[in-house]
Design a protein around this ligand. Structure first.
Ligand SMILES: *[C@@H]1O[C@H](CO)[C@@H](O)[C@H](O)[C@H]1NC(C)=O
Ligand SMILES: *[C@@H]1O[C@H](CO)[C@@H](O)[C@H](O)[C@H]1NC(C)=O
Ligand SMILES: *[C@@H]1O[C@H](CO)[C@@H](O)[C@H](O)[C@H]1NC(C)=O
Length: 471
């Protein structure tokens, strides 16, 4: 039933949008689905006439018509209308909602992060494309002197519930603000391996809103592949997005971190064989017996999902364990598919978390026994104190591969997406951006540094539950 209703609603919406486009937005029309307004027999009962402006920029706008849920449930989706003027760029961002974009008019080029690689596609009228929640993307209007009109579904099932959807801008400056700006400046300079001045060149730049005027590169100019081929963790995905949601064995085999492919393959083989032959109750799984999934001189981490241990799939919970050496940092990253709960097992460190609007949500010192949580989509990083290793263990609210997205470092989306679009998103030249983004040679966990001066505990530490347990 849901699907058909959705299709009907979409069709109604399309016609109402066309009407709105002609008559101007009536704005105050009755909210569809509410009782009254002629009651049962009302001819426009399911017409959603109220649209709200979500983005208004020199280069275009986004309006959203909110859906509504039945039986007290939240709306399953909202409908977005993106309009971009000729020669414009929608700067890189990720959302807390999955999108299905439909190109109603015009032509576009869209680039997005897909399974840790980057994909780029040219879109023409009638094309449909899926962008997963938490996946960073940008969009360029490539139509010659033509407006780009896109209609999209905004799936609310994964949203934070703040407004119709929540953008996290990767690019940005004064407006919108990049999520990077929410990290302590000391954290940023250490993470990027640059000076404060160099950091300022990209974060202090003036960006004129989320949709900016932009001269597209010549269509024939090939994208520099060098930067993303340099790192084994990354692959430029050749497949389309049709398989966007497939998970499991196939994915295991195209594991991006080639160093661990063999081990993953063997684990997987073993796991499958067991599953196929025996149906007995599952055995326990020992985290410490497992080889790290990531390892360098600054620490290691293990992430266990249902592919490694099937029982995790039952309640959709993942498990992780991290050991950072003294003074090391786990670079700023984002969990696109899960909220993370952490328990400090040993040592102490600092956890920084950033709000979607690029301000600091938390900058807290934690030590053994502290429990913290990191909301899905919120950028964060962990920094071990200089005293000793910082060990923490935790759970993620998804048993599927979480694929944390690193914002900084050799395996980061800034590196993967480095190009004219990202530079325009920061309001700087590609050279300026490259200088900052390529200075850090390490990935995931980086070298020791001086932690920011203790600024005392913030009044609000909404994400730390202190001393809940003895460990
Ligand atoms: C973490 O690493 C340190 C060495 O850096 C080691 O002494 C400690 O035992 C490790 N912790 C765990 C839980 O393996
Ligand atoms: C950023 O968002 C947080 C949480 O929604 C809010 O408390 C804060 O005031 C916002 N800051 C700015 C500068 O908008
Ligand atoms: C940091 O940058 C310097 C050059 O400024 C470079 O020599 C060094 O290798 C870089 N360190 C890392 C870990 O990338």
């Amino acid at each position: 039933m849901g699907d058909r209703t959705a299709v009907m609603l979409l069709m109604l919406l399309l016609s109402s949008w066309c009407l709105t486009a002609v008559t101007g937005n009536r704005g105050s029309g009755a909210r569809g689905g509410e009782e009254g307004e002629g009651g049962e027999g009302s001819g426009r009962r399911f017409v959603l006439e109220e649209s709200e402006e979500v983005v208004k920029a020199e280069g275009g706008e986004v309006r959203v018509v909110r859906g509504y849920g039945t039986a007290g449930r939240p709306a399953p989706m909202h409908i977005g209308f993106i309009t971009m003027e000729p020669k414009t760029l929608y700067i890189p961002q990720y959302l807390d909602s999955s999108l299905i974009l439909f190109v109603r008019r015009g032509e576009a080029r869209i680039g997005w992060i897909y399974k840790d690689g980057m994909v780029e596609r040219r879109l023409k009228m009638g094309d449909i494309i899926h962008i997963a929640a938490g996946s960073t993307y940008y969009m360029v209007n490539t139509g010659k002197g033509q407006r780009l009109q896109i209609i999209c579904s905004i799936d609310t099932s994964e949203s934070l519930g703040l407004g119709p959807y929540q953008s996290f801008f990767i690019g940005g400056g004064m407006y919108p603000s990049s999520v990077l700006a929410g990290f302590d400046i000391g954290t940023l300079t250490a993470a990027f391996n640059v000076t404060t001045e160099e950091m300022d060149t990209i974060l202090g730049a003036h960006v004129r809103g989320p949709i900016v005027f932009y001269n597209d590169r010549a269509p024939s100019q090939p994208r520099s592949l060098v930067s993303y081929m340099q790192f084994k963790q990354m692959q430029v995905q050749k497949e389309g997005c049709a398989a966007a949601d497939d998970e499991g064995e196939e994915e295991m085999q195209q594991e991006e971190n080639k160093r661990w492919t063999l081990r993953k393959f063997l684990t997987n083989l073993f796991y499958n064989r067991k599953k196929g032959k025996k149906r007995s109750a599952p055995n326990a799984y020992n985290l410490y017996d497992r080889d790290p999934d990531f390892h360098n001189s600054h620490g290691w981490s293990i992430a266990l999902d249902e592919g490694n241990y099937a029982p995790l799939g039952i309640n959709d919970i993942g498990v992780y364990l991290v050991n950072l050496t003294a003074g090391s940092m786990m670079l700023p990253h984002v969990n696109p598919t899960a909220t993370e709960y952490g328990i400090v097992l040993g040592g102490s460190g600092i956890i920084q978390v950033v709000y979607p609007n690029g301000t600091t949500a938390m900058n807290a010192e934690v030590s053994e026994g502290d429990v913290f949580l990191i909301p899905r989509y919120f950028p964060f990083c962990q920094i071990a104190s200089l005293i000793g290793p910082f060990e923490f263990f935790g759970f993620t609210t998804s048993a599927r591969r979480n694929r944390p997205q690193f914002l900084v470092g050799a395996s980061s989306i800034l590196r993967t997406m480095l190009g004219p679009e990202l530079a325009a998103g920061f309001g700087v030249t590609e050279e300026e951006l490259r200088k900052v983004v390529e200075a850090q040679k390490d990935a995931v966990m980086v070298a020791s540094w001086t932690p920011p001066k203790k600024r005392g505990k913030r009044e609000d530490e909404p994400l730390v539950i202190r001393r809940m347990v003895d460990v």
